[in-house]
Design a protein around this ligand. Structure first.
Ligand code: IPD
Ligand code: CA
Ligand code: CA
Length: 258
């Protein structure tokens, strides 16, 4: 855990410094796109170096550099160095470094760090979920009509716009409100913290959700594949919440699929 939180904080500090620069670049003609790509890669390099130094031999799955085989075949880090890139690029302080550890194919630890708020979410299998030093629990809410549900909408160039609208039609009229904040790792952290009663999104990468899944499960909630079949890290179609919210979401999303 210390290794993971150390790496997340170090990369996060770097992102926070670059974020200040991005705020200035907003007004430039070219915009901050190249600068952000660079910041993303630098953050990934930091995470890679820190984790490799502490645990030589572990493999990696990283959003930017992809798969890095390790000599230790039973451990793998799953990393998104900058989740919420579009927010970062548009000077919105809602982004995170996400790091998970898989042991023998099972997710055993997760860290999600939001440098803008200095909130460090961390969880280890069997040991509970925390934000900084505070223990977290998922929400107890049972009525869907009172639930605040987070989601992610497909953006430019992504598939699934029509499907999303059908799903929204099944969920939106029945819950208290929908939120789209733009960083899946923080959406899951929000479920773990009881700030959201549920979350669903399709087409995510393993690096978007791996750490957040550990957070939610250790906060007493559930996180899994929308269709209940297949490994959620592979399908990328996820929903999360307490048991009741999971049932509600799955039932309504199944209806949307017709
Ligand atoms: C994105 C964010 C966003 C989600 C996208 C992801 P990125 O990750 O998690 O909330 O809706 O599907 O790709 O690109 O900012 O690392
Ligand atoms: Ca991401
Ligand atoms: Ca990313």
């Amino acid at each position: 855990m210390q290794v993971m939180t150390g790496a997340a904080r170090k990369a996060g500090r770097r992102l926070a410094r670059d974020f200040n620069e991005v705020e200035h670049l907003q007004v430039s003609k070219k915009g901050p796109a190249d600068f952000v790509t660079n910041a993303d890669q630098k953050a990934e390099q930091i995470v890679f170096e820190e984790l490799s130094k502490a645990r030589p031999g572990y493999g990696f799955l990283m959003e930017e550099r992809g798969v890095v085989e390790g000599t230790d075949k039973s451990h793998r880090w799953i990393v998104d160095p900058l989740d919420g890139t579009l927010n970062f690029m548009h000077a919105q302080p809602h982004f995170a470094v996400s790091i998970a550890l898989e042991r023998e194919g099972e997710l055993v630890a997760g860290v999600v760090y939001n440098p803008a708020t200095d909130e460090l979410y961390h969880a280890e299998k069997g040991r509970g979920c925390y934000v900084n030093d505070r223990r977290l629990r998922v929400s107890e809410r049972r009525k869907f009509s009172e639930a605040v549900i987070a989601t992610g909408m497909p953006f430019f160039g992504k598939k699934g716009h029509a499907t999303f609208l059908k799903e929204l039609h099944q969920i939106m009229p029945h819950c208290a409100g929908i939120r789209r904040y733009g960083a899946a790792s923080l959406d899951l952290a929000g479920v773990a913290a009881g700030r959201f009663d549920g979350f669903w999104e399709r087409g995510l990468g393993a690096w978007d959700v791996a750490a957040g899944i550990v957070l939610v499960r250790e906060a007493g909630g559930q996180a899994g594949s929308i269709e209940q079949t297949g490994d959620v890290l592979e399908t990328g179609n996820i929903c999360a919440g307490n048991e009741t919210m999971m049932d509600e979401l799955r039932t309504r999303l199944a209806k949307a699929a017709g």
